[in-house]
Design a binder for this molecule. Structure first.
Ligand SMILES: [Zn+2]
Length: 255
């Protein structure tokens, strides 16, 4: 028997009344868990077996290595995230990213904390979802070991230099003097504001990363950069992200 704290980041129906839950845990990375009977009314583990439920799960491992949910205690349900299509689709993108990166045991406590904090802000709407996207993207990459080196120019160590060039394939910065003959299609030009924002998200304490202010124009640029960085580093794009971008409040640009 194994007792873990975990967040359900994906759920799929299985058999007649069961679900497969993809659970981001603090200690064991991402686990697939079979929850039996939870699609029946009043089933005992129904509350935890919902998308974006967080709680304590008691698991049993079968001889073939499958985890079954035995009992559970709900700590928090981010239920209302599921009621807004833009916020839900953004959360689903975060789920897809997290599952794809295969968060290992080493980093899973921090990734779980990042996910819970992000869901909290998605739910209380204190932060624009436009801000949550780049913060989650870059911080996730940083937590799983793909943190870019943003300290200074990787050749001459200059900390700031007007515009700097961020090579997203290498994950390194170059000052204007040192960036010669670079393939600019995989690079972003960073002014001081963008560089500061990237450093802040990648390197600050987790509690602080959602608390910075940036203009709308810079936020759009930042969001493009963190998205491209994730795409280039992971070598693929994500359908859930395309869906998020097709939703109304993303288009409106008012939130
Ligand atoms: Zn340099």
């Amino acid at each position: 028997m194994l007792t873990i704290k975990g967040l359900v980041i994906r759920e799929r129906p299985a058999g007649e009344n069961d679900k497969w839950l993809t659970v981001l845990t603090a200690e064991q990375g991402v686990l697939e868990v079979r929850a039996r009977g939870v699609r029946k009314q009043n089933a005992k583990n129904a509350a935890i077996s919902q998308l974006y439920s967080y709680g304590s799960l008691c698991l049993e491992r079968s001889r073939t290595g499958v985890y079954f949910l035995n009992s559970s205690e709900l700590i928090r349900s981010f239920y209302s995230v599921r009621l807004d299509i833009s916020r839900l689709s953004l959360a689903l993108y975060f789920s897809e990213l997290t599952i794809y990166t295969g968060t290992g045991e080493q980093q899973s406590a921090d990734v779980l904390r990042l996910f819970l904090n992000t869901l909290h802000y998605l739910e209380v709407k204190e932060r624009s979802h436009r801000l949550l996207k780049p913060v989650f993207e870059l911080r996730l990459m940083s937590e799983i070991g793909l943190v870019p080196n943003l300290i200074g120019c990787c050749k001459c160590y200059k900390y700031e230099d007007g515009d700097m060039v961020f090579d997203m394939a290498e994950g390194r910065l170059y000052c204007s003097r040192c960036c010669s003959k670079r393939d600019m299609t995989r690079c972003a030009i960073l002014d001081g504001v963008l560089l500061h924002a990237l450093r802040f998200i990648a390197l600050s304490d987790m509690e602080r990363i959602f608390s910075f202010r940036i203009s709308k124009k810079h936020l759009e640029e930042l969001s493009l950069i963190t998205e491209r960085y994730a795409n280039i580093q992971l070598g693929r794009s994500f359908k859930t992200l395309e869906f998020y971008k097709s939703t109304d409040s993303y288009e409106e640009k008012t939130d």
